[in-house]
Design a binder for this molecule. Structure first.
Ligand code: G3P
Ligand code: CA
Length: 246
């Protein structure tokens, strides 16, 4: 059978791990993704009260754990008292919150790249420097990691630090539904422009590519949407179920 995904050579990115079938941003979701044929793993980071970078999407633990409260108000040890699997399904009971460093140790054993999203950096002054320090401490090669954020200032800060990692700007539907991003300005400091998939059309792709910006839309979970985006010429697909897109 004709496989448009394989033919296209588009990058497949597991969004928060295999988050359709596993609790998002947990070891279970990451290991399953890393054992598959995806090209990249996407994670989100926040910071605890005692300065650990931890892998979680929201700035609170309310939705994804059996606890309540803000990540920044807890120490890492106190966040470990909660369960991060059971909300998805009882069979995932025992999944813990992971630190960024634990994910770096895990991904070293795999060929995939890591796409790190810095969440709400305004809550965490200096998080850019801290992230780079951790990546350097773990000897992570430049080509292994990409860093992205909705916060363009944060990505500009990383660019000013002259880091070797590829950088990306996330483009939200809420902010850009009526206008195109300033690709010319973004291209000065970023390599990727990753939009909500609904914003992608021929004009978007042509403009981004004309400034050498790669385009990896999120969150693409339907095969018909994936096919349309591939035909438009996207460079990657960020998906909760990347192996089910054909
Ligand atoms: O990687 C892109 C995507 O993760 C951005 O949105 O809210 O799922 O982190 P969100
Ligand atoms: Ca994300």
């Amino acid at each position: 059978m004709h496989n448009y995904l394989e033919d296209s050579k588009v990058m497949l990115i597991a969004h928060r791990g295999f988050s359709t079938d596993f609790p998002e941003n947990t070891r279970a979701a990451f290991e399953t993704a890393l054992e598959s044929n995806v090209d990249m793993l996407e994670i989100d980071i926040h910071r605890t009260k005692d300065n650990y970078l931890v892998v979680i999407h929201d700035h609170t633990i309310n939705r994804t754990s059996n606890g309540k409260g803000k990540v920044k108000d807890y120490t890492f040890n106190s966040l470990m008292q909660f369960d991060y699997g059971v909300v998805k399904h009882i069979k995932f009971k025992g999944q813990h919150l992971m630190t960024l460093e634990q994910v770096l140790v895990l991904i070293k054993h795999y060929p995939q790249k890591l796409l790190i999203e810095i969440k709400q950096p305004h809550f965490y002054p200096g998080i850019e420097q801290q992230l780079i320090h951790i990546l350097e401490k773990h000897d992570i090669p430049d080509e292994k990691v990409l860093i992205q954020s909705f916060d363009q200032k944060c990505i500009r800060n990383l660019h000013k630090m002259k880091v070797g990692f590829k950088l990306g700007v996330l483009i939200s539907k809420k902010k850009y539904w009526y206008r195109m991003p300033n690709f010319d300005k973004i291209a000065i400091y970023a390599d990727y422009v990753n939009p909500h998939y609904s914003l992608v059309n021929h004009k978007f792709i042509t403009a981004a590519h004309s400034f050498d910006l790669s385009v990896m839309p999120y969150t693409v979970n339907e095969p018909n949407v994936a096919k349309k985006l591939i035909m438009l010429g996207v460079d990657g697909l960020i998906s909760d179920n990347p192996t089910k897109l054909t």
